[in-house]
Ligand binder design. Structure first.
Ligand SMILES: [Fe+2]
Length: 251
């Protein structure tokens, strides 16, 4: 499909995968209290990227620190490590045709093993771990692959209903090849019974979409006597797109 005159959208090439806009949860999901004020009340408008958003300088591998992909150690005192179940999270960033996308900056942040964030607004009584900061980043390789080490985050209560708990989860931010290309989602853990009780997750009607946000235990990738492993692929768009919080699929 040729690009529109004056548009900076790249033309489609190859097979076209029709988007299904109906499966994304509505922005207004009253069971998730924050969505009442956050959800847009007027029709959305799409804007093309500006030239500086496309051509401006972005990240590179040079910006990564040695421990950016190791949350077990990147905030820990020398010789110490974070408390919790040691895990590896890995997977691939894929386009709509299942092809790996290289050079994608992935950032991740999470609560510690007790379910507490290192954030001044987090008042949960679970203690902070002095050796755990809770954030890191990495860049996908040639095949779209990524991996990082961390501890499994704990579930935590949140002021939504009288007794709502978030399942264990890791937040992900995915940057494309410009800073205007940012997608945000959350990863859950296979077998967690809280997934199906979470008001945020329950805003998603499609069970398959929830399962696509759930990392599976990957015994093959575990490190004996060290770390379990979970596999989580992120699909940027198309029929099997991951659900992203900050963008209706296809917009
Ligand atoms: Fe969270």
């Amino acid at each position: 499909m040729p690009s529109e005159s004056g548009s900076n959208r790249r033309p489609e090439s190859g097979a076209f995968f029709q988007r299904d806009r109906t499966w994304h949860p509505p922005a207004l999901t009253p069971g998730y209290k924050s969505s009442v004020l956050r959800s847009p009340q007027k029709a959305l408008l799409s804007f093309d990227n500006t030239l500086s958003e496309i051509a401006g300088p972005v990240f590179g591998h040079a910006m990564l620190g040695e421990l950016d992909n190791d949350l077990i150690h990147n905030f820990a005192r020398p010789g110490e490590s974070a408390i919790g179940e040691r895990i590896i999270v890995h997977g691939r960033v894929l386009d709509e045709r299942g092809v790996g996308v290289p050079g994608v900056l992935i950032e991740f942040w999470q609560a510690n093993a007790g379910g507490r964030y290192r954030h001044k607004k987090d008042g949960y009584l679970a203690p902070l771990d002095p050796n755990f900061g809770g954030c890191g980043r990495t860049i996908t390789g040639e095949d779209g692959g990524y991996a990082f080490r961390t501890v499994k985050p704990g579930p935590y209560p949140w002021p939504n209903g009288p007794n709502d708990w978030r399942p264990a989860h890791i937040h992900f931010s995915v940057f494309g090849h410009g800073f205007a290309q940012r997608l945000i989602t959350q990863m859950y853990f296979e077998g967690d019974p809280l997934i199906w009780k979470c008001p945020i997750v329950r805003g998603i009607a499609d069970k398959a979409a929830i399962e696509a946000l759930t990392a599976i235990l990957d015994k093959q990738a575990t490190v004996p006597m060290d770390a379990l492993a979970y596999k989580f692929d992120i699909v940027l768009r198309g029929r099997r797109s991951s659900l992203f919080e900050n963008r209706l699929e296809g917009n």
